[in-house]
Ligand binder design. Structure first.
Ligand code: BDR
Ligand code: CA
Length: 339
């Protein structure tokens, strides 16, 4: 059980479900949302910045700095996921863009600065990457002293069992496998605790179309209305009457860690492989006899892998937080919407 507020930085590729995560982090009273950094992933990075500013405006959080980061993976050719998230990366809602612009610093510089400030104040940050790990890899390689301001990293990515971008690999890790390998390796070297919120739990917390209706009814171009419209988009896009909160589940698990059941396990990132590049290889063997005869040996990097989630409770936490924003006084300044 967390008491007090948790200083959080999100790294995002907004993204329908990133938007749900940003809205939750912006509104939940126990999240101290310090900054949001953007990276190319679901959509090109400029679209990601625009979408991120829209969500923060809708949540009445123009105080949160947003920085533009890497526009492509370290080695891979960028592949977006607009077939999932819409042509604009955020459900093609026609929502008016923010009048605010991004922070002039590169995302890596903003991350460096907020980590330094956190180290100085003694309020260490929980970094929550919900996107390809390019920015975070660049941070940890360029400014390893940032570790002094980092409490832990909780990232959405990978899986012990399934893939989505390919049969083997989850999108965020598949998009930039080298970055994921660098981040896990650097965290091991620097002593940063890592939790992996992957596809084993990602799809489970869902809200219903009726709940989405109630959020939309909050109106005033606020975060609840936006999130409800994004849930409708998902229902319509994939068919059915439920929408996953996706990336937002990882932020819920920062606020209420007992929402997820984790096991600390050795993890490697597959960087080769004809069909398996970008897979997170999670070692669940419990018989040391096999290990003793394994030519690769055990991976040195150990990660708390989420293998179960109290999906109903996570979805409820997210939904209640968004719904509360429709009745609390003035969190969402009206923004103009295009026709
Ligand atoms: C991840 O990929 C993106 O499409 C989502 O935003 C999420 O971060 C799921 O594989
Ligand atoms: Ca994402």
């Amino acid at each position: 059980m967390i008491t007090g507020t948790v200083p959080v930085v999100l790294d995002v590729d907004t993204g329908v479900d990133d938007a749900c995560a940003i809205a939750f982090a912006a509104l939940h009273p126990r999240v101290d949302l310090t900054a949001v950094t953007c990276v190319g992933g679901n959509a090109p990075v400029d679209d990601v910045v625009r979408n991120t500013l829209i969500v923060l405006d809708a949540a009445g959080r123009r105080d949160v700095p947003v920085a533009r980061g890497a526009d492509r993976p370290l080695l891979e050719t960028p592949v977006d996921a607009r077939h999932v998230h819409g042509a604009d990366g955020m459900g093609d809602l026609g929502w008016a863009p923010s009048e605010r612009t991004a922070d002039p610093r590169h995302a890596v510089e903003l991350l460096r600065d907020v980590c330094a400030a956190a180290a100085e104040s003694g309020r260490k940050l929980t970094i929550v990457p919900l996107a390809p790990l390019t920015n975070i890899a660049l941070l940890l390689r360029t400014h390893p002293d940032a570790v002094a301001g980092i409490e832990r990293i909780v990232f959405m990515g990978g899986a012990a069992h399934v893939g989505n971008a390919t049969a083997s690999a989850e999108f965020n890790v598949f998009h930039d496998p080298e970055a994921a390998a660098i981040v896990l390796g650097a965290c091991h070297e620097l002593g940063i605790d890592v939790t992996m919120y992957g596809l084993d739990v990602f799809y489970d917390p869902v809200i219903t179309r009726e709940q989405a209706d109630r959020l939309v009814a909050g109106g005033h171009h606020g975060a609840a209305e936006l999130a409800g419209r994004l849930a409708h988009y998902q229902c319509d896009r994939f068919g059915g009457d439920a929408a996953t909160i996706g990336d937002a589940g990882a932020v819920c698990a920062v606020v209420e860690p007992d929402l997820i059941r984790t096991e600390v396990l050795p993890v490697r990132i597959e960087l080769a492989g004809a069909w398996s590049r970008g897979r997170t290889i999670v070692d669940r063997r419990d018989w040391t006899g096999d290990l003793a005869h394994d030519p690769h040996g055990e991976a040195p990097v150990r990660v708390a892998v989420a293998l179960g989630v109290d999906a109903a409770r996570a979805a409820r936490l997210w939904y209640d937080t968004l719904l509360a924003s429709t009745t609390s006084p003035g969190p969402a300044e009206p923004t103009e919407r295009s026709a």
